[in-house]
Ligand binder design. Structure first.
Ligand code: SP5
Ligand code: ZN
Length: 348
């Protein structure tokens, strides 16, 4: 299958709070470099660079003023004399009376973020925009490819970095700024797909994708993730979150216990895939986080490298055109192997 990437991801490498100290983020440039090297070494297929995309594709999913904020935050931050990464310090949590965007950049940072996990540096916007370009380019390539014969399970791989699934309509968080998977799913709808599904297999619940499609019936969101009672993002991802309004019944969360291994994972995966087929899905977007790996430094499942081959096989068995969008995975030595194993398993 085709892999799409962008070297612009190198422009972004922020900090994060680790156990009360500020350190370089786990979400590092060598992640995407490792995956790309493994794609090339594995013979998965051709590799192409992303094509720049219109800004309207971003504002078709995200609030326009949130996109404006992302684009201008670094300039506003440095105009007030700072030169390190911009991070929020105050959030409009329940109980506080002001609910609109403040004027000062320090207020805006909290208004447009769920946590302090999405730092904004000099190159962040360029990298973030390029990451969305990667997803859109890979989606277009998939939709433009000849239908072929057989099961219908054709794929393309968007090697996005930074990731996207924690980014909601109007906030960043969890290393994510623009929701690459949602932006691609929305373009699929604009290009005529009547029913789309996003299957999120990252260890962390995809709260941003859920937020974006929560009141829509055309895009089903299904996610397997660590139970938010004990796992980030803590405040979303419970099974009772099933959608709202026209979207009621089109959001499917499968929280799983700390320490879940492949044997416990696979029946739930198959249930999610059954739900996706029952939706009448015409195009599947997979938010492919490989932080479900047993060695991941910030996650708590126990999938092994060979399990990712099986993961790809199971997804292929749904028989759908499938866009894989890179999300998390932080054991850098292994994420190339685990991501590419998923894709090789899908290819059969
Ligand atoms: C895209 C994605 O996978 N985002 C994950 C964001 C997780 N952010 C919170 C991680 C907290 C980890 N604390 C680790 C402490 C290690 N001693
Ligand atoms: Zn994750």
């Amino acid at each position: 299958m085709l892999t799409v990437h962008s070297p612009a991801h190198h422009l972004h490498h922020g900090v994060e709070l680790k156990d009360g100290t500020v350190k370089p983020s786990f979400e590092s440039p060598d992640r995407a470099d490792t995956v790309l090297a493994r794609v090339r070494a594995s013979g998965l297929g051709p590799v192409a660079e992303a094509i720049a995309q219109p800004r309207e594709a971003l504002t078709d999913v995200h609030a326009p003023r949130y996109v404006d904020f992302l684009e201008t935050a670094w300039a506003q931050w440095t105009a007030t004399g700072r030169q390190h990464d911009a991070l929020p310090l105050v959030w409009p949590v329940r109980g506080l009376p002001v609910t609109d965007e403040p004027q000062h950049i320090d207020g805006k940072l909290g208004f447009y973020a769920m946590d302090a996990g999405a730092p904004i540096g000099a190159g962040t916007w360029a990298a973030v925009r390029a990451s969305a370009d990667v997803a859109l380019t890979a989606l277009d390539a998939l939709l433009d490819a000849p239908a072929g014969t057989g099961t219908g399970a054709r794929g393309s791989f968007a090697l996005c970095r930074p990731p996207g699934h924690h980014a909601a309509r109007a906030y960043a968080g969890g290393y994510c700024y623009l929701n690459n998977a949602a932006i691609a799913a929305q373009r699929a709808v604009r290009r005529g797909a009547r029913r789309v599904a996003v299957l999120d297999v990252d260890f962390h619940h995809g709260n941003g994708t859920q937020d974006i499609f929560y009141e829509r019936a055309d895009v089903l969101f299904a996610s397997l993730h660590g139970d938010p009672a004990r796992c980030y993002p803590y405040f979303a991802g419970q099974a009772g979150e099933t959608g709202a309004g026209a979207g009621l019944g089109f959001n499917a969360n499968y929280p799983l216990p700390w320490g879940t291994d492949w044997a416990a994972y696979v029946p739930v995966l198959d249930e999610a895939l059954r739900r996706i087929r029952a939706h009448g899905t015409e195009l599947l977007v997979v938010s492919l986080g490989v932080d479900t790996f047993e060695g991941d430094p910030i996650s708590h499942f126990r999938l092994r490298s060979e399990d990712f081959l099986r993961l790809g096989e199971r997804i292929a068995a749904a028989g759908l055109p499938t866009l894989f969008v890179m999300e998390g995975g932080y054991m850098v030595d292994e994420i190339g192997l685990n991501a590419v194993n998923t894709l090789l398993g899908f290819e059969g």
